[in-house]
Design a protein around this ligand. Structure first.
Ligand code: C2O
Ligand code: CU
Length: 549
């Protein structure tokens, strides 16, 4: 195993990812951030300088467990204090498993400002994938707004609520195109935007995926979308899914792939179409009524020039609200034969999380069992480790929703309480969580929520529609080849059951990966085994009550 060292500086930077210029958060002047490529067992050392003049930063290594280094999980006020302007902080952690991962800012809505990049871990020397390919490609998907994250954030907390609206564009590896025809006529800001629309700026030329005819490629796909569920298509090519969230899955052939924020996949495809032309790689919004043009990259059959754009229309995805389609695709993801890791047969503890949209003092919030999470000013890890009882909510949040509840209309009790309680687990115990989706505050509306767990992978035991029945639904759990994942999408009016072993000493956020939803309280903290940890590095302390340590 090797040590891989990186020196990064985070800065504001002007970028035009969709040909419209705005200020983004870049690393070493790059967007997306530099790619980390390592081998399983390597140690990653990132020396991070915060060059933002007025705000703190942290970086979360999404999908990496941080076993033995929970303080480097990179979540502001959970694992560490934010890195102050001008300060340098060093992350140091092992990447134990091969797979497709990524990293992103985890403070406020910084991820949505472009603060992310990919992290790819190869097998150890001598190990082999159970599938073959000639070449490899990698993309991160994102949705993009022209308004700043500060503007978006302010709207989320405004009374009345101000929604930034659907994204202006969809980006593939940080590039897309804003569609000028969407600009309302007479809109001043809009027509200003449009000046740059047909620009030849290299920052918004379609990302190129070069392939040689006849060869087979592994394409790594991750989504850091703020809001949108995305559907990925390679025009004219089928794809075989082989990896999800770092695990080998049963190879299944699909024509298009739903990718939720926080998920990663690898697909194989063969460049076996008419080689005299190029093809679109495309993303469309699913799960919400789309109001954003298709995001396009170019599948470039060499030696065709990359300037040879397809004359075919941009590919279409299944209709946005065909949730049966989404559910069926989710169910295709199971562990690959020979690579199954069967879950423990029974949980030691079961939690049912009813996720609702609520109001607190007139502000719209998301809540779990009627509690909406607010960030503390002391990192929860330090609070637990050093018994800083005043730093968090000592009352454990409820394991079950109040009964009875209905999911078919807006919540009977629209009010939620604010909390920052922590669910604590017996070290090594097996925990089941059922995430129960519900109607929002708007009649006949329920949204998609991709839930992500830090520090662990979980088995996805089952999906269902309607209200989870604790008496009968567990009988249909997949205990044979349930996939291990770190993010799973809960579909409108449905539920998902997951199981994990609480065997990673530390404190771990479990939250909706939609940036605005987490920011509006849709998350909570799990903790286990913190008493086994050595002293925390001084560099993660210093804010809130941890300054007295
Ligand atoms: Cu990628 Cu806590 O998130
Ligand atoms: Cu959500």
């Amino acid at each position: 195993a090797r040590i891989r060292r990186y020196k990064w500086k985070v800065d504001y930077s002007y970028f035009s990812p969709d040909c419209v210029e705005k200020v983004i958060i870049a690393i070493n002047g790059q967007y997306p951030g530099p790619r980390i490529r390592a081998q399983a067992g390597d140690t990653i050392v990132v020396e991070l300088e915060n060059g933002l003049p007025t705000e703190g930063v942290v970086i979360h290594w999404h999908g990496i467990h941080q076993f033995g280094t929970p303080w480097y999980d990179g979540t502001a006020f959970v694992s560490q204090c934010p890195i102050n302007p001008g300060e340098t902080f060093t992350y140091k952690f092992v990447v134990p498993r091969p797979g497709t991962y990524f990293y992103h800012g985890h403070f406020g809505m910084q991820r949505a400002a472009g603060f992310y990049g990919s992290l790819i871990v190869d097998l150890e020397h001598g190990e082999k994938e159970p599938f073959a390919y000639d070449g490899e490609l990698s993309i991160i998907l994102n949705d993009w707004w022209h308004r700043s994250i500060y503007d978006q954030e302010t709207g989320l907390f405004a009374i009345p609520f101000r929604f930034v609206g659907e994204p202006q564009s969809l980006l593939i590896e940080g590039r897309g195109r804003y569609n000028c025809s969407l600009v309302p006529s007479g809109s001043v800001a809009g027509s200003g935007d449009c000046v740059s629309c047909n620009s030849s700026n290299p920052q918004c030329q379609p990302y190129i995926l070069p392939v040689e005819p006849g060869k087979t490629y592994r394409l790594r796909i991750a989504s850091v979308a703020s809001l949108s569920s995305l559907n990925f298509i390679l025009e004219g090519h089928n794809m075989t899914i082989v990896e999800a969230d770092g695990y080998n899955v049963d190879p299944v052939v699909v024509e298009n792939l739903d990718v939720y924020s926080g998920e990663t996949y690898s697909v194989l495809f063969t460049a076996n179409q008419n080689a005299s032309r190029n093809y679109w790689a495309a993303i469309n919004v699913r799960g919400r009524k789309p109001a954003t043009p298709t995001g396009l990259a170019l599948l470039n059959y060499l030696p065709n020039p990359s300037s040879l754009l397809p004359s075919t229309p941009s590919p279409m995805s299944p209709v946005w609200n065909d949730f049966d389609y989404s559910l069926n695709q989710n169910k295709l993801i199971i562990a690959r034969k020979g690579y199954e890791v069967p879950p423990p047969p029974k949980p030691d503890r079961q939690l049912i999380f009813l996720t609702t949209q609520n109001k607190v003092n007139g502000r719209i919030k998301w809540a779990i069992n009627n509690i909406t999470y607010v960030i503390t000013s002391t990192p929860v890890l330090a609070a637990l480790k050093y018994g800083l009882k005043k730093a968090y909510d000592p009352i454990p949040p409820p394991d079950y929703p109040a009964l009875p509840f209905s999911i078919s209309g807006p919540p009977a009790n629209p009010n939620a309480t604010v909390g920052s309680g922590v669910y604590t687990f017996q070290f090594g115990s097996v925990v089941d969580v059922i995430i129960q989706n519900a109607n929002t505050l708007t009649p006949n509306n329920s949204e998609v929520h991709p839930w992500h767990l830090h520090g662990h992978d979980f088995w996805v035991l089952g999906y269902g529609k309607g209200i989870f029945d604790p008496a009968t639904d567990p009988q249909s759990y997949n205990l044979k080849n349930a996939p291990l994942k770190n993010t799973v999408a809960v579909l409108p009016y449905g539920w998902v059951a997951i199981r994990f072993r609480a065997d990673n000493p530390g404190v771990w956020p479990f939250h909706c990966h939609i940036e605005a939803h987490f920011h509006m309280g849709m998350g909570l903290i799990f903790a286990e085994g913190w008493d086994r940890l050595p002293e925390l590095p001084k560099s993660v302390l210093g804010c809130g009550l941890s300054k007295y340590l």
